[in-house]
Write a protein that binds this ligand. Structure first.
Ligand code: ADP
Ligand code: MG
Length: 511
């Protein structure tokens, strides 16, 4: 789809910012592919897209943190060259990043003028504090100049970032998923602050993947998908359903053979499970579900809504605050990872390189790492070398792991082949339950198909599978049921035949 200018009418306020044909590549991925963006005075533009769609990259280009491979930026109609955040700030463009960039050991006021002290007409601290109070009152930011950053909550820190940018003269405020770290009340307050800004002719770019925020909050929405601009809509002229479809989209599905769904006994059961983060926020909120033998339960959701935590509590990597976890009707709440493995739980972790392998061990030994607890490989406490090699050769062939030999140290393999090694081992050693987090992330098409086929084979062999994925096509094509997670809760549990749009809406927090 091509974004053209037909959507702009002559009653639009003046265009204050334009990005034209921005392309930015990283090794192996095009984060932004010929993307256009327009921002009008006094308006809010929402940038909507799934994880990895290229939203942050585009904004990092705008504030001079990334140098684009191609494309131009215009501010008030004039072409500009932005090589650093300082350049962008001079043009009145400031960004609040997902990870704040404040100095903990300094006060609010010191952070606000950080980098400005060297100037010849450095402001006096007293004047700075007065100005901070004025801005804080005017925009409802509730920030005190003398507080140390280390004493502030996440929400307060975010308000300091916003205040700092206003203090420095921002006319365009970029907020990268600002509400992800906020309570509902704090989100409300943020809306008010931004409304105040736009009423004064300032503008904002608001990155989000939550549909209700787009609808309530923006004048325009641009949807990014896999680095490309998928759509430009006036918020008033679109619907959550349409946006969900544009955001999630559709791809050619692999046709994976699957036996009829004949679920058996309950393998995994979660009852009233709750997990709190260090700040007391519920990461998992009253989870109740079960997975039966011969069933794949897909977990859908935008990354960061509790999916990884869910895999961690089931595999023993994290302990829950209340509720219970049962495996084959036995209570397995807060058992160690080793106990969970012994109870028959296999785990394909989301961070495979950090958690999944021993780089200085051979491919064969890495593949055998889990199998060695079982009978065929170990006898009388002695590892059976020939068995290990057999197993390794078989897995190398099934998963098409590209390695010079079974003896090669895993650290010398390419990223995709390291992933395949871990996948092969976990799938092969699988007991009753396979917990797979983003199993095809980073894999090429062929390897992706192999992994999906293997997971389905495990299901057909009577195992229970918990499959976390950010790829809706993957979930729909192999799961039997799909649970959608949003802010730590299961917001819906549906049949895998449910339309993409409906699941997309739930991913954005709408039931
Ligand atoms: N500094 C970087 N180095 C390598 N790859 C990057 C970098 N920044 C972003 N990417 C990649 O670019 C793609 C888009 O990422 P990003 O812009 O962060 O997406 P979003 O903000 O929409 O989630 C992803 O595949 C990401 O891994
Ligand atoms: Mg981002």
């Amino acid at each position: 789809m091509k974004a053209d200018d037909s959507h702009i009418d002559k009653n639009s306020p003046p265009m204050i910012l334009e990005m034209r044909g921005i392309t930015k590549s990283f090794p192996g991925v095009t984060a932004n592919d010929n993307v256009n963006l327009e921002l009008f005075k006094g308006e809010v533009l929402a940038l909507l897209g799934e994880n990895g769609a290229g939203k942050s990259s585009l904004m990092n280009v705008l504030v001079g943190l990334y140098r684009p491979d191609a494309g131009d930026i215009y501010v008030n109609g004039k072409k500009v060259h932005i090589h650093s955040p300082k350049d962008s700030m001079e043009l009145g463009i400031g960004m609040v990043h997902q990870n704040f960039k404040l100095v903990d050991t300094m006060t609010v006021a010191e952070n606000v003028i950080l980098g400005e002290q060297e100037q010849r007409f450095a402001p006096k601290m007293k004047e700075v504090s007065t100005r901070i109070r004025e801005i804080s009152d005017h925009y409802g930011l509730n920030v005190a100049p003398d507080c140390y950053i280390s004493e502030l909550s996440v929400g307060e820190r975010q308000r300091v970032e916003i205040l700092k940018l206003i203090y420095r003269g921002a006319e365009i405020l970029i907020l990268d998923e600002p509400t992800a770290v906020l309570t509902p009340q704090e989100s409300q307050d943020l809306y008010k602050t931004i409304r105040q800004m736009t009423s004064e002719g300032k503008s904002a770019i608001f990155i989000t993947h939550k549909m209700d925020e787009v609808i309530r909050f923006s004048d325009w929405v641009r949807v990014l998908k896999k680095g490309k601009l998928a759509a430009v809509k006036r918020t008033a002229d679109t619907t959550p359903t349409e946006l969900a479809r544009l955001m999630v989209g559709r791809e050619v599905l692999f046709n994976i053979e699957k036996d009829e769904f004949k679920p058996g006994d309950t393998i995994l059961q979660l009852k009233n499970v709750e997990l709190k983060g260090s700040d007391g926020i519920k990461l998992l909120d009253n989870l109740n579900f079960e997975i039966r033998s011969g069933e794949i339960l897909g977990i859908a959701g935008v990354a960061g809504n509790g999916q990884v935590e869910l895999t961690e509590i089931i595999t023993g990597l994290r302990t829950i605050d209340s509720g219970s976890i049962l495996l084959n009707e036995r209570d397995r709440t807060n058992k160690s990872p080793i106990e969970m493995i012994k109870s028959g739980v296999s785990h394909i972790p989301s961070d495979r390189v950090a958690m999944g392998i021993v780089g200085d061990m051979s491919v064969a030994n890495n593949l055998a790492m889990k199998g060695y607890r079982e009978k065929p490989i170990i006898r009388g406490g002695i590892l059976r070398r020939a068995r290990i090699l057999d197993l390794a050769k078989r897995m190398i062939s099934v998963f098409k792991i590209s390695t010079p030999s079974t003896n090669t140290h895993v650290k010398f393999l390419s990223g995709g082949n390291i992933q395949k090694t871990i996948l092969a081992r976990e799938i092969d050693a699988c007991g009753d339950l396979l917990v797979a987090a983003y199993p095809s992330r980073g894999l090429d098409v062929g390897a992706t198909e192999a992994v999906r086929t293997e997971i389905v084979k495990q299901r057909d062999a009577g195992r229970a599978v918990l499959l976390v994925s950010e790829d809706l096509d993957e979930l729909v094509s192999i799961s039997d049921r799909i649970a959608v997670m949003f802010e730590g809760k299961i917001i819906g549990l549906v049949d895998s035949n449910t339309e993409h749009e409906k699941i997309g809406l739930m991913m954005a927090g709408i039931k």
